[in-house]
Design a protein around this ligand. Structure first.
Ligand code: MLT
Length: 300
């Protein structure tokens, strides 16, 4: 009987794969042979000597001390691709929200006050104030051409955008299932200089932490939209604050709320919602638990 510690809420459809004859859930991390995790930070967690595997029901593994575990012979699994569609849909929604000023416009409409005067006049004033721009014909830069970046790029082509791709490792010619209309950017700098909308889809690694530093952020065009559905630490948000404060950027949309940026009018944040759909949560849990089981059952 293997003991599994579940650190976050994991889809029941996935957990149901852990049959009662072979697996038991435990509250004691020290006795666990495997840990199932979503976003809980495991760096300070004392994991015990029975641990054989850690399974992340998601893609990013920056909340897991991968090197320390590998040195101890503990396997780490994630669920690549399982939430790519969920993230893509949120990125497209966020892009549209920013281009059409939908978040401030919806807030404005919610606070219309018929008692304070002519409602039609208030609507008319909002109509002028929140006029936006269309995405068709605009240039989108996709940084990172893994499962999520490719889906975002393809969807944007479908919306009539001109798409540029940059990846620190692979070229657009080698990215899987990428629409052939996507242009290759050899350098991140040229993508930042060329695009109206830039979206980040690289994992958080030592090599990508602070990738959008002060000098690269300075290359963004005036009125650009920057989207970060990857990890907050990839952008030097302190440096970004200056561009946002002087309204150089149209919007910064991030799935990782930053205390210092939250209140700025051109910042739109979500509470890490990228993978939070019924479908992605189920698929991530099923995918990673299947892999975990086959690993734990090898030779047993
Ligand atoms: C991921 O890295 O896949 C997401 O952050 C998943 C999540 O929200 O748990």
């Amino acid at each position: 009987m293997k003991k599994i510690r579940v650190l976050n809420q994991i889809s029941q459809k996935g957990l149901a794969l852990l049959d009662e004859q072979s697996y038991r859930l435990t509250e004691q991390t020290e006795e666990a042979e495997a840990i199932l995790v979503r976003s809980a930070d495991m760096h300070a967690l004392d994991m015990g000597s029975h641990l054989q595997a850690v399974a992340r029901a998601g893609v990013g593994v920056n909340n897991i001390p991968v090197s320390r575990l590998s040195e101890a012979g503990v396997a780490v699994f994630n669920a690549p691709g399982a939430n790519a569609n969920a993230v893509k849909e949120l990125v497209i929604a966020a892009m549209l929200m920013a281009a059409r000023n939908l978040y401030t416009a919806a807030d404005y409409a919610k606070n219309l006050d018929p008692a304070a005067g002519d409602l039609a006049a208030q609507v008319e004033s909002g109509k002028k104030r929140f006029s936006g721009f269309e995405l068709a014909g605009r240039k989108l830069g996709v940084i990172g051409l893994g499962a999520i970046g490719v889906k975002v790029a393809n969807a944007a082509i479908g919306m009539g955008m001109e798409v540029y791709g940059y990846d620190p490792v692979i070229s657009v010619h080698h990215a899987w299932h990428l629409n052939s209309a996507v242009h290759q950017c050899e350098r991140l700098e040229s993508l930042l200089q060329a695009c109206d909308v830039v979206t980040i889809h690289v994992p958080l690694l030592d090599s990508t932490r602070g990738m959008l530093n002060a000098s690269r952020l300075a290359l963004l065009t005036k009125g650009a939209i920057l989207l970060n559905f990857s990890r907050g630490e990839i952008v030097d948000e302190q440096a970004l604050k200056t561009h946002l404060n002087n309204h150089y950027l149209h919007a910064y949309v991030s799935d990782f709320p930053n205390a210092e940026l939250l209140s700025l009018p051109n910042v739109l944040s979500f509470p890490h919602l990228g993978a939070s759909t019924l479908e992605a949560e189920e698929l991530s849990a099923i995918q990673v638990i299947r892999n975990l089981k086959s690993y734990l059952e090898q030779g047993s």
